[in-house]
Design a protein around this ligand. Structure first.
Ligand SMILES: CNC(=O)c1cccc(C)c1Nc1nc(N2CCN(c3ccccc3Cl)CC2)nc(N2CSC[C@H]2C(=O)NC)n1
Ligand code: NI
Length: 183
């Protein structure tokens, strides 16, 4: 199982690399990695396991964060309607997105960043994404609000981008035009 000791922290060069696309069929190791990433999120949201294994909670985690520079991440969170989004995402692409942006009014956190970095991280509020699952089936998914933010945060990790790269240097709490806080 993935533990906090397996998660690399800012400053580690892998976090700034562009990760490599996976080829299908995936190797058993690649499938296992995808399953381990998702299981980490599930464990990290379980109060007992959090406590037992000293886990930080997350709704997303990307392979580069466990020092594997491959284009695969996992998401585990409820959507606006309360339906659970629990999936492993391979070779993701954002094919379109809204002009409107959204951000978490409390800022973003990252399992690879052991400090608070204050500031708004404006991201397109709605996205249409294409990706593959572990079996090689292609999916096209429309996401909005927190699921869209999390998807983009993890996709950034596959491109060596950290959330704080998006924070306005002059005014970290700058409310860009067409940008709204998520309530
Ligand atoms: C600096 N201020 C802050 O961090 C911050 C501060 C307050 C609120 C928010 C909302 C903040 N922001 C933020 N909080 C989260 N969690 C809230 C707690 N939650 C969780 C915790 C316990 C059980 C179950 C769960 Cl679900 C897990 C997820 N997650 C992210 N991000 C950014 S997008 C990827 C996602 C991620 O998984 N990061 C590790 N940001
Ligand atoms: Ni992160």
């Amino acid at each position: 199982m993935i533990l906090m000791k397996d998660i690399i922290r800012e400053g580690h060069p892998t976090l700034r690399e562009k990760a490599t696309e996976l080829a299908f069929p995936l190797t058993n190791d690649e499938k296992q990695l995808g399953e381990d990433l998702l299981q980490f999120l599930i464990n990290s949201q379980d109060p007992e396991l959090m406590e037992k294994y000293d886990l930080r909670s997350g709704i997303g985690i990307a392979a580069p964060q466990v020092n594997v520079s491959k284009r695969i991440f996992a998401l585990h969170l409820p959507d606006d309607k309360g339906n659970l989004i629990s999936m492993v995402v391979v070779n993701p692409k954002i094919v379109s997105h809204s002009v409107e942006k959204a951000y978490l009014p409390t800022g973003e956190g990252c399992l690879s960043v052991d400090r608070e970095v204050p500031g708004y991280v404006p991201r397109p509020q709605r996205i249409t994404a294409k990706f593959f699952d572990l079996d090689g089936n292609e999916h096209k998914m429309r996401l909005k609000n927190l699921p869209a933010i999390a998807f983009q945060h993890e996709l950034d990790h596959l491109n060596g981008v950290m959330f704080y790269d998006h924070i306005n240097k002059e005014n970290p709490f700058f409310e860009a035009q067409d940008s709204h806080p998520l309530d």
